[in-house]
Design a protein around this ligand. Structure first.
Ligand code: FUB
Length: 449
């Protein structure tokens, strides 16, 4: 009881933190904290995103390992602007979790008959602080407050829960750890209704993080899988939620940057399928501090999944009046253009685009000019040599036109420079920016007014 009171107090404090920020749909999508293991779910017509929350470890034992003490939930109507609803469950308010275990790993959340069920793995307390159990917290809304159950689900030992509620109303709990398991859930969503069984039909090699969904009567069993060095995202399909499944192939290849884990969810929103996954964008030297990304995902006519190539641009339209981060480019010239962090002391300050060769360029798709008649462009730039930027827009219907040239005097500090546009762009356009002369020019962002 004491634990429960503490839990409720904790929740009401943390529940106050609400934060709306515009991410412009670029990757990574959450730009002020680490986020990992994304499970995206559409509730009440809105996208909700349940993530693990990596933090630099405050305790010696986990300095070189995953360290997570709580969960945030984020929501968005357009996959571009995300609202942080704050902490929904913390290790300090779950009665069965070992204090200071910092192992609130990959979660899931589902809705059934008026209640939201949040599933999460963690380390149980008690005499032997070892292994993982899977707990449930319930709420009347997708964003909390969530009330944790007193005990983890009996009969389950493992991580990375995923719940599928089938069209006939039956629910299944999938998890990993000592193989890849599945069991039926009772109607109350809190207890197993069958003995766990192992999923059949998966390839050899390390696997975790199952995410299961149904499309056109096919069950897609998707999972991070180490085929060679680090985790790919792979999938298998079947006609029964408990398997067996037939291995189909890779959804996303290993990270070229060496981030060892990947973890994902796949969801349809407004007639488009999306892959949510993670990468260590804000922590290039320590891959246990990760960030969530989104890219579009497409099915072939036969139901197989087209491989997803990770992008920096991400998804959605960026409003022309936003700070457009050209370093999150759609495409970039093969020579004379690169990206780097703006501030090595705080990587959350983001990236900059660097040109150091004549005709180097970068393009950025889907900028929405339809809401405002823009008259000028402003760029935050730095050039030790001085230089001129050419800004063109490419409208799928009207073709390419140069809308402005922007002269940057030589300076060793960042400057914001504005110039008029030759003509106001209309509709959704792709932008291309290039360096007209030999020299060096860095761009933090551009915006239209
Ligand atoms: O985030 C901790 C663990 O790393 C997850 O539970 C795994 O799926 C992997 O992403």
């Amino acid at each position: 009881m004491k634990n429960r009171l503490f839990a409720m107090r904790g929740i009401s404090c943390i529940f106050l933190s609400l934060f709306l920020f515009s991410a412009m749909g670029q990757n990574p999508i959450i730009k002020n904290q680490f986020t990992a293991d994304p499970t995206a779910r559409v509730f009440e017509g809105k996208m909700y995103l349940y993530t693990s929350h990596d933090i630099p470890s405050p305790i010696e034992r986990l300095k070189e390992w995953f360290c997570m003490e709580d969960y945030h939930v984020f929501s968005s109507n357009n996959l571009v602007d995300w609202q942080d609803h704050g902490v929904i469950v913390s290790q300090d308010n779950v009665p069965w979790v070992a204090p200071e275990s910092y192992s609130m790993w990959a979660p899931d959340c589902v809705y059934k008959e008026g209640k939201y069920y949040f599933y999460f793995p963690s380390t149980p307390g008690g005499e032997v602080m070892r292994g993982f159990g899977i707990g449930v917290a319930t709420s009347d809304t997708p964003y909390g407050p969530f009330t944790p159950e007193e005990n983890p689900i009996e009969g389950v030992s493992g991580i990375d829960p995923c719940v599928l509620i089938d069209s006939d109303g039956e629910s299944y709990l999938y998890w990993s750890g000592r193989g890849m398991s599945v069991a039926k859930l009772k109607d109350n969503m809190l207890e197993l209704d069958s003995e766990p069984i192992q999923i059949e039909g998966l390839p050899e090699g390390f696997k975790e993080g199952p995410f299961v969904f149904k499309r056109n009567d096919t069950y897609y069993y998707t999972f991070p899988w180490v085929r060679e060095e680090t985790e790919t995202l792979a999938y298998a399909t079947g006609d029964n939620p408990m398997g067996p499944f037939k291995f189909q192939g890779i959804i996303m290849e290993e990270s070229p940057a060496g981030c060892w884990t990947n973890h994902h969810s796949i969801v349809e929103y407004e007639n488009q399928w999306y892959l949510f996954y993670h990468h260590n964008d804000y922590s290039p030297d320590f891959d246990k501090n990760r960030s969530v990304r989104i890219d579009s995902l497409f099915f072939n006519l036969d139901g197989t999944i087209q491989q997803v190539i990770p992008t920096l641009r991400g998804v959605g339209n960026t409003p022309s009046i936003a700070q457009i981060q050209l370093d999150r480019y759609t495409d970039i010239s093969t020579s004379g253009a690169s990206i780097d962090y703006v501030n090595m002391e705080n990587l959350f300050d983001g990236w900059k685009l660097i040109f150091n060769e004549k005709d180097a360029w970068s393009s950025y798709n889907n900028v929405d000019f339809s809401k405002t008649k823009n008259k000028e462009i402003t760029a935050k730039v730095l050039s030790k040599t001085g230089g001129t930027l050419k800004i063109s827009i490419n409208n799928p219907n009207k073709g390419k036109s140069i809308v402005s040239e922007l002269n940057v005097p030589s300076n060793s500090n960042w400057q914001e420079i504005s110039v008029p546009l030759n003509k106001a762009p209309d509709g959704v356009n792709n932008i291309q920016v290039s360096l007209v002369n030999e020299g060096n020019l860095e761009i933090d962002w551009i915006t239209f007014k």
